[in-house]
Design a protein around this ligand. Structure first.
Ligand SMILES: *Cc1c(COP(=O)(O)O)cnc(C)c1O
Length: 396
C-alpha cells in the first residue's frame, strides 16, 4: 500500500505550503486507474458511484465524464448529482428512511429508486422505476458497523419478502427493474460476495426473469475484483439480467491522501507524535478501528514506535497506533494513505474546526477543489439567531 501514490515529495510540500494543512490531496491518475480496473473486471456492467464515499464535485464531474452514474442516499447527494449534470437514468435514490424531499426530487429528475421496505411501494411517486433491496442475512468479514447484509441489519427486505414486493410494485403501476444487494463495506473475501449473490439467485424461481441485478459495492481495497465480478455475473445471468454495480471506496480510496503537519512529540511511557489532523478530519480510525498506512515525508534515523494523535480533546483521537517512524521535527509532513474514501466525506466541524481543503494533482499541477473552511463558515448558520449587535446591547 502506497501512502501517496505517485506525487513527488516536493510537490506534496508545495501543496501543504500553498493550501495549508490538514489537506486532502487526490491523484487524478489513480482515480482513473481505479475506474479502469473496475471496468476491466466488470466489463459491460453499469457503474453507479456511491457518492457517500467522497462527494467532492470535481471528483463527481470527472467520473461523470467517464459515463459513471451516481448512487445517492440523501436529498443533498441527489442535488450534487444534478449539479454535475446527471439525469434520472444516472441516479439511484437509496436509503432505509427516505424523506418526502428525496422522493420528490428523485421523481422530478426521473431517478431510479431502491426500495428498502414493503411500505415504500405506497410512497413512491407514480410510475417510478425501482429495484428491491434484499438483505441476504449473512455474516460477512468486516467491522460490525460496516456490515449491512447481516441478520438484524436495518437494510432491505428479507429474501422471502422480495418476490412479493416486486409483485406489489408492478400492481401499483411502477416499473420493477429487479433486485439489489449490498452487504457492507471494506469486504475482501470473494466467498462473502458469492454467498450473498447466490442467496439472491435462489429467488429466480419466485421472481422469473428480471431486467437488472444490482450487486452494490463494498469491495475492500485488496479484494479480488475479477473473482467478485465472476460471482456477480453468474447471479445476473440466472435472472437474464443486466449487471449494475455501486462501488464507493474502491473508486476513490487509493487516490486520496491526508497530509498533516507534525506539531510535536510527547513521551509519557508511550511515544506520541502529535499532528494537526485528527478525528475531525479522518474519523475512520476512531469509528471503525480502521488502519491507514502512514508514511513519513521526512528523512530520519532509526525508527521508533509511535501513536499518531490529533489535536481533539478526546482520548480516542488517534490516527494510527504503534507505527514505526523516525524522529520528526515540527512542521514535517506525514502522509495518511488510502484516505480518499470516507475521509473528507466524514470530516466534521466538531470543536469549531473548519473542514480541511482538498486539492487534485493532475498533469503535474495542483488544483484546489475545495477551499479550507473558516471558523465563520462553521457558525454561518447561527448568524441572525445571535448577532454581535445583540451582544453589544446586552453588554459583556
Ligand atoms: C455505501 C454503499 C455503497 C458503496 O460501498 P463501498 O464500501 O464504499 O464500496 C454501495 N451501495 C450502497 C447501497 C451503499 O450504502
Amino acid at each position: 500500500m502506497s501512502a501517496s501514490p505517485s506525487i513527488p515529495r516536493a510537490d506534496l510540500y508545495a501543496a501543504a505550503d500553498r493550501f495549508g494543512t490538514p489537506l486532502y490531496v487526490y491523484d487524478a491518475a489513480e482515480l482513473d486507474a481505479a475506474l479502469a480496473r473496475v471496468q476491466a473486471a466488470f466489463g459491460g456492467a453499469r457503474v453507479f458511484y456511491a457518492m457517500k464515499a467522497n462527494p467532492n464535485l470535481a471528483l463527481l464531474a470527472r467520473l461523470r465524464a467517464s459515463g459513471v452514474g451516481f448512487e445517492c442516499v440523501s436529498a443533498g447527494e441527489i442535488a450534487r448529482a444534478e449539479h454535475v449534470g446527471a439525469g434520472g437514468e444516472d441516479i439511484l435514490v437509496n436509503g432505509p428512511a427516505k424523506s418526502r424531499e428525496e422522493y420528490e426530487t428523485g421523481a422530478r429528475l426521473g431517478a431510479i429508486f431502491v426500495v428498502d421496505r414493503e411500505e415504500e411501494v405506497g410512497l413512491l411517486p407514480p410510475g417510478s422505476r425501482a429495484l428491491v433491496r434484499v438483505n441476504p442475512a449473512l455474516n460477512v468479514s468486516t467491522h460490525d458497523h460496516l456490515a449491512t447484509g447481516a441478520a438484524g441489519s436495518k437494510f432491505g427486505v428479507t429474501p422471502a419478502q422480495a418476490p412479493g414486493v416486486l409483485r406489489a410494485l408492478r400492481e401499483a403501476g411502477h416499473h420493477a427493474l429487479g433486485l439489489h444487494v449490498h452487504i457492507g463495506s471494506a469486504i475482501r473475501l470473494v466467498t462473502d460476495f458469492g454467498a450473498a449473490f447466490a442467496r439472491l439467485a435462489e429467488l429466480r424461481a419466485h421472481t422469473g426473469e428480471l431486467e437488472v441485478l444490482d450487486v452494490g459495492g463494498g469491495w475492500g481495497l485488496g479484494a479480488d475484483l475479477p473473482g467478485i465480478a465472476r460471482e456477480a455475473r453468474e447471479a445476473a445471468s440466472a435472472f437474464g439480467a443486466q449487471l449494475w454495480v455501486e462501488p464507493g471506496r474502491y473508486l476513490v480510496a487509493r487516490a486520496g491522501t491526508l497530509l498533516t503537519r507534525v506539531v510535536g512529540t510527547k513521551r509519557t511511557g508511550r511515544n506520541f507524535l502529535l499532528t494537526d489532523a485528527g478525528m475531525t478530519e479522518l474519523l475512520r480510525p476512531m469509528l471503525y478501528g480502521a488502519v491507514h498506512p502512514v508514511t513519513p515525508l521526512w528523512d530520519g534515523g532509526e525508527a521508533q514506535t509511535w501513536d499518531v494523535a490529533g489535536p481533539a480533546c478526546e482520548s480516542g483521537d488517534l490516527l494510527a497506533r504503534d507505527v514505526a517512524l523516525p524522529e520528526p521535527n515540527p512542521g514535517d509532513l506525514l502522509a495518511v494513505g488510502d484516505a480518499g474514501a470516507y475521509g473528507a466525506a466524514m470530516s466534521g466541524s466538531y470543536l469549531t474546526r473548519p473542514r480541511p481543503a482538498e486539492a487534485l494533482w493532475e498533469g503535474g499541477a495542483w488544483r484546489l477543489i475545495r477551499r479550507r473552511e473558516t471558523p465563520r463558515d462553521v457558525w454561518a448558520a447561527e448568524m441572525g439567531a445571535y448577532t454581535a449587535s445583540t451582544h453589544d446591547r446586552q453588554g459583556p
